[in-house]
Design a protein around this ligand. Structure first.
Ligand SMILES: *Cc1c(COP(=O)(O)O)cnc(C)c1O
Length: 415
């Protein structure tokens, strides 16, 4: 116990540095279920405010769906609360296998292994299947959990410029002597909402004998004709060797992740992946609810269709009003403001207008690329989106950024 003034000050200084840099993260306290409209208490102790939620990953609106909640309760009653074990000792129930099989069927792969989270799936998979003779070639904008997974693996590493296929090809040529080459990408990139060029990536993988890894956390359940993900959208079903994804976004939003793909790769994860071997199994209540989620979205594409309609309305509305909106095929719709302080002021004004969205700036996105990232949900109703759009336009007018070019906005606010 040597937590004296000196030790405490080390941490206090670091926290002050974070505050002074303007990147201190406060938690907004929500006191309702997750939904398109939530009640938020911010700052803590302040009056609760009702807000339209434009920043959740609840893409299909299933996080608080009555049927999902009912399935969770049933799972709780039939299979108990906790398993008190990792999977391979005494933590695998019939429903865990059922969910793995359903994910395999849904994603169109050969086999699936559940992990406590997608972060854990990404942390475990590379180290389990690759060694020093192999190379991991990743897009420069992959998710932080992939970056960590790569760090934990002894294989060689390289990167290619974001979605730059010429650069990727050069790297594949450079590493032609390696035992295994793995191309690593997100399916949908979370900050821009853009999609990996999976058809071209698969083409290059075939030409240079590489494996393809896709993290489809921001796509599983709602991208592609039947919502299987970016591999369905890009017509490369069955050609992605390793898919990781999360149950924590569109697929119920609770927690859990998986590695799905080639049967032998999944089996090696069962033998060797450390987060699978050494972290607790997903609780039955979550597994039961996730099974229900897959049942709901396999029945029809109603939720996905509604999400697409809402996204179109939202994108068109913002574009017509004169905002600079990042193009893309996903329900992630970033509104570019470029200046960091402007993104924070804009978000605060939105909050005052009853709209909940977050401003992102460096280091979460590149310098001079500050933005408000909005995300659509199948739980949004048209009047809510109309209200949100009105608020955006009102604030856009206040800051005089409508129908302005990037250069004009930067001229007013700087970078
Ligand atoms: C959200 C996300 C994760 C983390 O998923 P969890 O299941 O919450 O750990 C991993 N990868 C990507 C691309 C994500 O967007």
């Amino acid at each position: 116990m040597a937590f004296n003034k000196k030790e405490r000050d080390i941490f206090k200084d670091e926290l002050n540095n974070i505050r002074n840099a303007g990147i201190f993260k406060d938690e907004r306290i929500i006191c309702t279920p997750q939904d398109s409209e939530i009640k938020v208490e911010f700052p803590a102790g302040a009056e609760k405010k009702s807000l339209i939620n434009m920043c959740s990953n609840n893409y299909l609106g299933l996080s608080s769906h009555p049927e999902v909640v009912k399935a969770a309760i049933k799972g709780l009653e039939n299979r108990g609360y906790g398993m008190s074990s990792v999977r391979f000792i005494c933590g695998t129930q019939d429903i865990h296998k059922e969910l793995e099989n359903m994910l395999t069927e849904f994603l169109g792969t050969e086999d699936t292994i559940l992990f406590p989270s997608c972060m854990d799936a990404n942390a475990g998979v590379f180290e389990a299947i690759l060694n020093e003779q192999d190379v991991m070639i990743s897009d420069r904008l992959v998710h932080a959990s992939i970056v960590d997974g790569i760090r934990l693996c002894k294989a060689q590493t390289d990167t290619y410029k974001h979605s730059n296929m010429n650069h990727l090809e050069k790297k594949l040529q450079l590493h032609s002597d390696k035992r295994l080459k793995v191309i690593i990408t997100d399916g949908i990139f979370s900050m821009d909402g853009d999609m990996a060029k999976l058809d071209e990536i698969v083409g290059l993988a075939e030409k240079y004998n590489a494996l393809v890894f896709v993290d489809d956390s921001h796509a599983s359940g709602f991208i592609g004709k039947t919502g299987k993900g970016t591999h369905e959208f890009c017509n490369v079903l069955g050609k992605i060797d390793i898919i990781t994804t999360t149950l924590g976004k569109a697929l119920g939003g609770a927690s859990g992740g998986c590695v799905s793909g080639r049967a032998e790769i999944v089996e090696i994860c069962r033998q060797k992946a450390r987060p699978y071997l050494f972290s607790n199994t997903i609780p039955p209540v979550v597994v039961s609810a996730a099974i229900k989620v897959l049942e709901i979205i396999s029945k029809n594409t109603d939720r996905k269709d509604k999400l697409e309609k809402s996204t179109e309305f939202w994108r068109n509305g913002l574009n017509e009003a004169g905002f600079i909106v990042k193009d893309g095929e996903s329900p992630i719709v970033p509104i570019m403001l470029f200046n960091a302080k402007l993104s924070q002021d804009f978000a605060q004004d939105l909050y005052n207008e009853g709209i909940y969205a977050i401003g992102f700036f460096f280091p979460v996105v590149a310098k001079g690329q500050a933005r408000i990232r909005t995300q659509l949900s199948a739980s949004h109703e048209k009047p809510q989106l109309e209200r949100a759009l009105d608020a955006f336009i009102k604030i856009g007018k206040k800051y005089d950024i409508l129908k302005k070019t990037k250069e004009e906005i930067i001229e007013i606010y700087g970078l």
